[in-house]
Write a protein that binds this ligand. Structure first.
Ligand code: ASP
Length: 441
């Protein structure tokens, strides 16, 4: 398979995984076989990606900052990152709200479907767990998320993948201090992080060698564990509205790449496609982050000074796909359960979905937790929350896969855009896992 481009190999792995999953559904005990013997391959792959996420952020951000010739450049990158992330999220939410108000997918849901979905999911641990998780998150104070960004113990920050913002904070602090001690004293530590950064990127190349097989396992498992096809069918209209919105978001990114970045948008898509395919297969922008960084730096040509900050921050706070989905899902639930939303309510959805996308974890299913908070912001009755979530639960996994692709594409587009604005977009110089193979074999 060596001559085929990586994205084709991954795509073939995905398709074979889907076909294998369907075949196994026809065989007695097939689903169990996939869960016990096939899925672990995908789980190991996701664990490997998560394993290198923290060292990669640490090394690449410290390298990025310590390479800066002018520290004020960093303030400009930081400000542009936040402003552009907020803008793209607001655009995503507006697209979602416009589509759901035009097509009204919730109005066509029959009472029979509502009661089947409620019976199947409303009391499930999954739905109840999401509501409980949302309540926990809501109990925190308004500035808690800023306080939470600052670690009190460097090692515990580095030992928990969920504390990505703390790792970013620590890396920034270390990188800036390294700049301030002068070139001579900084050199040993800087060389260490430079080398660590190269090593971790090589680990990404090595892990990616197994990607086609891992996505096979991940997708076969998604197929054997998906819900009743009839329930999926009942939600097809709603799901199509979400997917239609996500596709419009892709068009928006491609226009930005063509008009502002002045690159061929299809070339851009091809360069980042392995990251998109992994986002789809894993439903996790955090797990995909190492691959997104590798693709954007080595294959698109974004300077590390930009990508090392913009991408990890984006994986944590910028979720265009998730916020678009939350807007559509919130209005869909309101329509299906005859809960009237005023114009002010819809504006409230824009605001809370924006905050929710910042607060959502970059892991599978996180968007649904924040959806509870979006619904509560428009005074949706608490006793109907479980029914509301039950309505969309059957299609949540496939939609999660799609929205994660948009989350990752949004981060890649914004980092390329900022690189362009800062004059930090270079010619791509892809590296391969075996560039130095001759020297060591
Ligand atoms: N799975 C999404 C991500 O990791 C978050 C979500 O929408 O649930 O980006």
């Amino acid at each position: 398979m060596r001559s085929l481009a990586l994205h084709w190999k991954i795509l073939i792995g995905m398709l074979l995984g889907v076909v294998f999953g369907f075949l196994m559904l026809q065989v007695q005990g097939g689903a169990g076989f996939v869960s016990n013997w096939v899925k672990p391959l995908g789980t190991i792959f996701v664990k490997l990606l998560k394993l290198i996420a923290v060292p990669l952020i640490l090394a690449s951000l410290i390298k990025g900052i310590s390479d800066l010739k002018d520290i004020s450049k960093f303030a400009s990158i930081g400000l542009k990152t936040i402003v552009i992330y907020v803008l793209t999220t607001v655009i995503a939410i507006s697209i979602g709200l416009t589509l759901v108000n035009i097509f009204n997918p919730g109005n066509g849901v029959s009472d029979a479907t509502i009661s089947t979905l409620t019976d199947t999911y409303a009391n499930s641990t999954n739905v109840q767990g999401k509501i409980a998780e949302a309540t926990r998150q809501q109990e925190s104070g308004p500035l808690d998320f800023v306080v939470d960004m600052v670690p009190e113990n460097a090692f515990s920050a580095l030992s928990n993948n969920k504390l990505m913002l703390q790792v970013i904070f620590l890396s920034l602090f270390l990188g800036i201090s390294l700049l301030l001690i002068g070139e001579k004293s900084a050199k040993p530590l800087k060389d260490l992080f430079d080398s660590l950064n190269d090593v971790v990127l090589k680990m990404v190349d090595l892990i990616m060698l197994t990607a086609p097989y891992a996505v096979f396992a991940l997708l076969a498992h998604v197929v054997v564990s998906s819900g009743d096809p009839e329930l999926l069918y009942a939600l097809l209209f709603y799901a199509s509205v979400v997917v239609g919105g996500l596709l419009l978001m892709v068009c928006f990114y491609l226009i930005v790449v063509a008009v502002v970045v002045k690159k061929n948008p299809f070339w851009f898509l091809k360069q980042i496609s392995p990251a998109q395919l992994l986002a789809f297969s894993t439903s996790s922008s955090a797990a995909t982050l190492p691959v997104t960084m590798e693709r954007v730096e080595e294959h698109v040509g974004v300077d590390k000074e930009v990508s090392s900050f913009v991408l990890p921050v984006g994986a944590t706070i910028n979720m265009d796909g998730t916020s678009l989905y939350q807007a559509v899902a919130a209005v869909f639930i309101a329509q299906a359960l005859n809960f009237d939303l005023t114009f002010t309510d819809q504006l409230m959805i824009v605001l809370t979905a924006l905050l929710a996308s910042i607060g959502s974890a970059a892991v599978p299913g996180a968007g649904m937790v924040m959806l509870v908070i979006v619904l509560e912001s428009v005074s949706f009755p608490a006793d109907k929350l479980a029914v509301g979530l039950a309505l969309i639960f059957a299609v949540d996994r496939p939609l999660d896969m799609c929205r994660t692709v948009i989350n990752v594409t949004g981060d890649a587009t914004v980092s390329t855009l900022i690189a362009k604005l800062e004059g930090k977009l270079h010619d791509a110089k892809p590296k391969d896992w075996d560039d130095h193979w001759e020297e060591v074999k």
